[in-house]
Every structure is written in structure tokens, then in C-alpha cells.
Design a protein around this ligand. Sequence first.
Ligand SMILES: Nc1nc2c(ncn2[C@@H]2O[C@H](COP(=O)(O)OP(=O)(O)OP(=O)(O)O)[C@@H](O)[C@H]2O)c(=O)[nH]1
Ligand SMILES: [Mg+2]
Length: 311
Amino acid sequence: MNIDNMAIKAEDQKEYRSGFVSIIGRPNVGKSTLMNALVGAKVAITTSQAGTTRRIVRGIVSTDEGQIILVDTPGSHKPHTLLGERMNDMIRSSLADVDVNVMCFPADEKIGPGDNYLLEQALHTGKTCIAVVTKMDAVSSNDMYKKLEEINALAPFSDIIPVSAVKNKQIEDLRSLLIAHLPVCPPLYPVDAITDDTEESFISELIREAALEDLRDELPHSLAVTVEEMIEEDISKGKRMRVHATIHVERDSQKGIIIGHKGKSLKNIGKQARLGISQLLGMPVYLDLHVRVTKEWQRNPKYLSRLGFDV
Ligand SMILES: Nc1nc2c(ncn2[C@@H]2O[C@H](COP(=O)(O)OP(=O)(O)OP(=O)(O)O)[C@@H](O)[C@H]2O)c(=O)[nH]1
Ligand SMILES: [Mg+2]
């Protein structure tokens, strides 16, 4: 018998763990950046604007020890629209559906009532709750020490771990910690998968990301993006993807802002989004962007459902 094969068999018998981990926290605390760092690839959009993530996005991490299915959630906030209510419903249902909840606290911000409200809901599920202090690169070690003490006194977390997703600090440790908390179970997704999102849905997110970064604080919450059509076409140097997409805004005045003076803003958005989309698809992209006023879509159940925000 071949000794090498026997060694592989013994390795195979190590307990493999697999399960779901939600990433929760207030808007802009670094949840999606953390998920991308854990996955090791961009599977969710991230911006400096609060309220970037609007739907549940799953990122998958597979190692020799196990598989983590990360569930990135929208930032928890007081809802002002039907969309806001649906986003909070998404958070609530993911809290209950996972094996472990990871609650993110940014190192450089105070803990507030919004955190306590979400924490109460997470603890209520009776699931393992891990506190992650994000953006550790943004504070001194002295301030970090105080933050860890404060979080330790806040609730009976199973673990508290500081990380920096942008500097890749303690991300490996967090991966191992998460796997250790998952049930013994074979992989639930193919081990080479990194997300369960569709290409089309991620493309619409990349366009929204480009628009959010370009427009800064002007109207981020009023934007939605839909992809109407994707056509692969032959060009002289090979293949090209033609993408037709619509940016929805809520009011006529917002349409003007998105288009900008002589179309400059829309051109910038298109240029930025095209880069990300061609990287994703591995081929050149022709992006045809239209801006449409879909009045008060955030409050209208019919539009919400058309834009993919079903109950
Ligand atoms: N310095 C620093 N900034 C970070 C880190 N992680 C995230 N950020 C920044 O924090 C901002 C928000 O990041 P996101 O990942 O989009 O935050 P989020 O919690 O997913 O936000 P919502 O989807 O709006 O709830 C971005 O500008 C990130 O670059 C980090 O480790 N260090
Ligand atoms: Mg996010």
C-alpha cells in the first residue's frame, strides 16, 4: 500500500466544519470590507457612504478546515421608508438563520443606542455572538485597549477580536475563529465558489458603487440600478460585453445631478463602473447607461419589488 495515500486519508478524517455567519452592525462600520477581506476577493461593494449595502450578499470562504458562508447585511438603522423597513427585516431574518453572529464595532466611533438595539436582537437569538472591532488601524493601541474593555463590559460575547480589513490585520485569525464555532458538517457550497450572487446583480451593484463614490453626499439613498440587457458581441480583438443599464432616481432634479454639466458626471460613473465590470467579466465592456425618474421608488411596494426588494 502507498504510504502517501494513507497520509491523505488521515488528513481527510479531520473534522470539517461548515456553516453560516452573519456580519451585522450600524451603517458604514466596515461590514462589507470585512467580508471581502475574509473571502480574499471583492464580492460586495463598499463605499465611504453609509447605507451602501441594501441586500443580503453571501461570500464564501473555503479552507482545509472548513467553509464559512458569510452573510453581509445592510447597516442597521432607524427606517424612514419602506425600503428601510425591508432592509431591517433582512437583518432580523439573517440573525436567526445563521450559526454565528459577528457584530462589528468601529474602533474609531462611540458605541451608541443603535448598537445596543441591534445587539439585543442578536443576543435574543441565543446564537454565538462574536464582537469584531473594525478599523483597528484608525486608532492607537491605548484607545483600542479601552474599546476592548468597553465591549467586554457590554455583553457576554464569546470572543472579541480587533481587525483591520484594509491592512489585512488579524483576518486570518478571525477566519480560524469563525470556523472553530461552526458545526461539523461537509461543505454546503462548491469549495471554489466565492459568492452566490449573480453576475448581473453584481454588475448593477458596481454601477451603484461608482455612482455613490462620484456623487458623495448628494443623493446616494435615492439611487437604484437595474441591468436591462447584456449581449456578448464579437469585435476585431475577440469578445466584448455590451451592458445596458438604468440608474433610477426619485425626482427630476436628481436626474440633472446624475447627468452633470455636459454629461460629465454620468461619464465618470460609466468610466469607473466599466473598469470594475470588465475586470469581473475578463473582457472589454461597452456600458450604455440611462437615467430614469422612478418617482418615490423607495416607498412604493410595486417599484421595490420590480427593483428586486421583495419581502
Ligand atoms: N481605516 C479603515 N477603514 C475601513 C476599514 N474597513 C472599512 N473601512 C472604510 O469604512 C467605510 C465603510 O466601509 P463598508 O465596508 O462599505 O461599510 P459597511 O458597514 O458595509 O456599510 P453599509 O453597507 O453602508 O452598512 C469605507 O470607506 C471603508 O474603506 C478598515 O479596516 N480600516
Ligand atoms: Mg456594506
